[in-house]
Design a protein around this ligand. Structure first.
Ligand SMILES: NC(=O)c1ccc[n+]([C@@H]2O[C@H](COP(=O)([O-])OP(=O)(O)OC[C@H]3O[C@@H](n4cnc5c(N)ncnc54)[C@H](O)[C@@H]3O)[C@@H](O)[C@H]2O)c1
Length: 393
C-alpha cells in the first residue's frame, strides 16, 4: 500500500468529530478511510449504521459506504496510506482535571513508523497549548507536514455546519497551512489562517467563553432563586426586545465532554491563573448540589421521595451522555436517600423508564436535559417540579 491509497484518512474516525467529517469529505469527492479502535463502531459503520445521533448522517452514510467513497479500515497501517491523515481522537482530562497529553503522543509514536516524506498529518482534536509544535518536532525526521485545524461544530449538527462554518487553519512549515486550507475550500468553506499557537488558543477560548457564559447564567439563576424570585421572568425581562441581552444563555446544566475539559486545559496552561475559568467550573459543576439543597429546603423527608430526572443526555436532542451532570445529580439524590428514576428520549440506561412512567411515579420531577419532547409536558397536581430551563411551562 502507498500513501496514495486514500486522499484522507481519519484516526478516531468513528467518533463524534471524526465520523461526520469523514462523511462530508466523502460527499465532497475525497476518497476517505476511517480508522477507530472501537470494534463495535467499526462493525456498525461498515453496515451503514450511525453509532450516534448526527442529523442528516443516517441517509448519507449507507450510500457513501456502499459507493466505497468512505471505507472503514482495521489498522493504523492501512490508515497511514493516505496523503492526509487527520487525528480526531479524544483529548480528555485526568482525575485531577489536568490534560492527559499521552493519547496524542502514544498515537504519534505508533504512527511515526508508517509515515513517509510529503504526507500531511492534520490535528483536529482540541489540544493543550503547544501540542501541535511538539508533535511536529516529534514527527520531524519522517518528513511529514503537521497542521492544526480545530473542529468547531455543535454536536448533532456537524453535517450542516461543516459546510458552513469558516475553518481556522494553521500549519508548521512553509505551505502546510495552505495545503490544509485547500481541503476545506473543496468543502465550500472559507478559511482563516493563523499560527498553530494562535489556532490552539482560539479553539480553547471559544469553549471557555461559552462555559463562562453558562456560568454567568447559572449564577444569576441561583441568586434569584435563593431570593424566592422567578428567574424565568427576570430572563424574559432582560432579553425581550433587547438585543444586547440576548447573548446571555438560559441557565441549565453546562456539561458534556468539551466545555469543562477545554476550560481546564486553558487553566492548566495558565499556572495559578485563569481564575475566571476555574470560577465558572465551580458554578456550573455546583448546579446539581444547588438543586439538591433547594429540595432539602422544601421540607418533607427527602429519603421517602421518589425523584425523577427527565433527560440524561448532556444536552438537548442528542443521545450522548458523556459527562452529563444528570448523573452527578442522580448520585447526590441517592446519597440523600431518594429513590431516583431516570428517563431519556434518546439515550438508554439500565432500569430507565419512559417519561410518562417517570412523571406518574415521582413526587419530584427534575429536568436534566431540555429535550424538545418535554416541552409543555403535564405533571400530576402535587408533584414538585424543578425546571431550570423552563421547558415544561
Ligand atoms: N464532540 C464535539 O462536539 C467536539 C467539537 C469540537 C471538538 N471536539 C474535540 O474533538 C476530539 C474528539 O472528540 P469526540 O467528541 O469526537 O470524541 P469521541 O470519543 O466521540 O471520538 C473519539 C474516537 O477516537 C477513538 N480513538 C481513541 N484513541 C484512538 C486511537 N489511538 N486510534 C484510533 N481511534 C482512537 C475512540 O474510539 C473514539 O471513537 C476531542 O479533542 C474533542 O475535544 C469535539
Amino acid at each position: 500500500m502507498t500513501p496514495n491509497e486514500y486522499d484522507i484518512s481519519i484516526i478516531g474516525g468513528l467518533g463524534h468529530v471524526g465520523l461526520p467529517f469523514g462523511v462530508v469529505l466523502a460527499l465532497c469527492g475525497f476518497r476517505v478511510a476511517l480508522y477507530d479502535l472501537d470494534l463495535k463502531k467499526r462493525t456498525m459503520v461498515r453496515e451503514g449504521r450511525m453509532p450516534f445521533i448526527e442529523h442528516g448522517a443516517d441517509e448519507l452514510l449507507p450510500r457513501l459506504i456502499a459507493d466505497g467513497a468512505l471505507q472503514v479500515v482495521d489498522s493504523l497501517d492501512e490508515a497511514a496510506c493516505a496523503q492526509t491523515i487527520v487525528v480526531t481522537i479524544g483529548t480528555p482530562l485526568d482525575e485531577y482535571q489536568n490534560p492527559r497529553l499521552e493519547p496524542v503522543f502514544r498515537l504519534a509514536r505508533e504512527l511515526k513508523a508508517h509515515l513517509m516524506p510529503g504526507q500531511h498529518v492534520m490535528l483536529r482534536s482540541t489540544v493543550f497549548p503547544g501540542t501541535t509544535r511538539q508533535l511536529a518536532k516529534f514527527l520531524g525526521d519522517t518528513g511529514a507536514e503537521v497542521s492544526f485545524c480545530p473542529e468547531r461544530i455543535v454536536q448533532g449538527h456537524a453535517i450542516r455546519e461543516l459546510r458552513e462554518l469558516p475553518q481556522i487553519v494553521s500549519g508548521i512549515g512553509p505551505g502546510t497551512a495552505e495545503r490544509a486550507a485547500a481541503i476545506f475550500r473543496r468543502m465550500g468553506v472559507t478559511t482563516n489562517t493563523c499560527l498553530v499557537e494562535e489556532a490552539e488558543l482560539a479553539k480553547l477560548y471559544l469553549n471557555a467563553w461559552r462555559y463562562i457564559q453558562f456560568a454567568a447564567a447559572n449564577q444569576f439563576y441561583q441568586i434569584a432563586t435563593d431570593r424566592g424570585l422567578d428567574y424565568a421572568k427576570i430572563y424574559d425581562a432582560m432579553t425581550t426586545g433587547y438585543e444586547r441581552g440576548k447573548a446571555l444563555p438560559k441557565p441549565g446544566f453546562a456539561a458534556g465532554p468539551c466545555l469543562l475539559k477545554d476550560t481546564m486545559q486553558l487553566a492548566a496552561a495558565t499556572p495559578n491563573g485563569f481564575q475566571l475559568g476555574r470560577a465558572a467550573a465551580l458554578v456550573n459543576e455546583g448546579l446539581p448540589e444547588f438543586i439538591l439543597r433547594r429540595l432539602q429546603r422544601l421540607g418533607g423527608a427527602l429519603d421517602m421521595a421518589t425523584v425523577g430526572i427527565l433527560g440524561m443526555a448532556f444536552k438537548a436532542d442528542i443521545d450522548d451522555t458523556r459527562d452529563s451532570l444528570s448523573f452527578k445529580l442522580k448520585k447526590l439524590l441517592e446519597f440523600a436517600g431518594c429513590r431516583v428514576l431516570c428517563s431519556d428520549e434518546y439515550a438508554t440506561g439500565d432500569g430507565w423508564v419512559t417519561k410518562e412512567e417517570l412523571v406518574e411515579q415521582s413526587n419530584v420531577v427534575i429536568i436534566g436535559t431540555p429535550h424538545a419532547a418535554y416541552a409543555g409536558m403535564k405533571v400530576p397536581q402535587g408533584t414538585h417540579v424543578c425546571d431550570v430551563w423552563g421547558i415544561l411551562s
